[in-house]
Write a protein that binds this ligand. Structure first.
Ligand code: ADP
Length: 173
């Protein structure tokens, strides 16, 4: 609760103007993607659609990120991308995921140092379930992205529950 009361030398104590509701919402601003993200589930672009579907089940995720041989982000495939491909009647053992993925530069990214609120707003604005958490590097003077994590709606749900339980314990709910 210390954020409610500020202290300045020679001025003394003063009320910061933060109310309890501000405090709760500001947690979403100050908590970073780095604090909540999950490990990324990735496949190479030449992996088959069949392999990607298996990965979806074995890793229990909804979105898989596609990377190049040197592990740089190339695209993303979601559940619906894979269902659509599976319904398409082509040989899924031979069809590479790179054909069906949403590709760079159309991938919406998250960085570890951005706030959970900003990343959550991106999920809503772009109507996607997951963002790759990336580290920017330069390859041949071009910006490229290493995938270091996965930011999903599940991360936000976990955080929401943790915060709610914390504030509840503190008698703030
Ligand atoms: P689903 O298709 O299972 O509902 P999404 O809503 O996340 O999952 O995906 C919708 C579409 O957006 C898919 O075609 C997918 O390839 C694409 N997509 C998924 N994640 C991203 C992202 N981070 N940036 C851009 N496009 C994405």
């Amino acid at each position: 609760m210390s954020e409610l009361i500020g202290a300045k030398p020679k001025v003394g104590y003063y009320v910061t103007g933060q109310n309890v509701n501000n405090l709760k919402t500001s947690a979403f601003n100050t908590i970073l993607v780095a604090d909540v993200y999950s490990r990324p589930i990735i496949v190479k672009g030449n992996s088959s659609v069949y392999e990607a579907i298996l990965t979806l089940f074995t890793e229990d995720v909804g979105t898989i990120f596609v990377v190049s041989e040197d592990n740089l982000l190339e695209g993303a495939v979601s559940r619906k991308d894979l269902i659509k491909a599976a319904m398409g009647g082509k040989n899924n053992n031979e069809l590479p995921v790179s054909i069906i993925m949403t590709r760079m530069p159309n991938i919406i990214l998250a960085t570890p140092d951005e706030s959970v609120l900003t990343a959550a707003q991106k999920l809503l604005r772009h109507q996607v379930d997951a963002l790759p958490v990336v580290k920017l590097i330069e390859v041949d003077d071009q910006p490229r992205f290493q995938v270091i994590g996965r930011f999903t709606k599940t991360n936000i749900t976990h955080l929401f529950v943790q915060l709610a339980e914390k504030y509840h314990k503190g008698g703030l709910l």
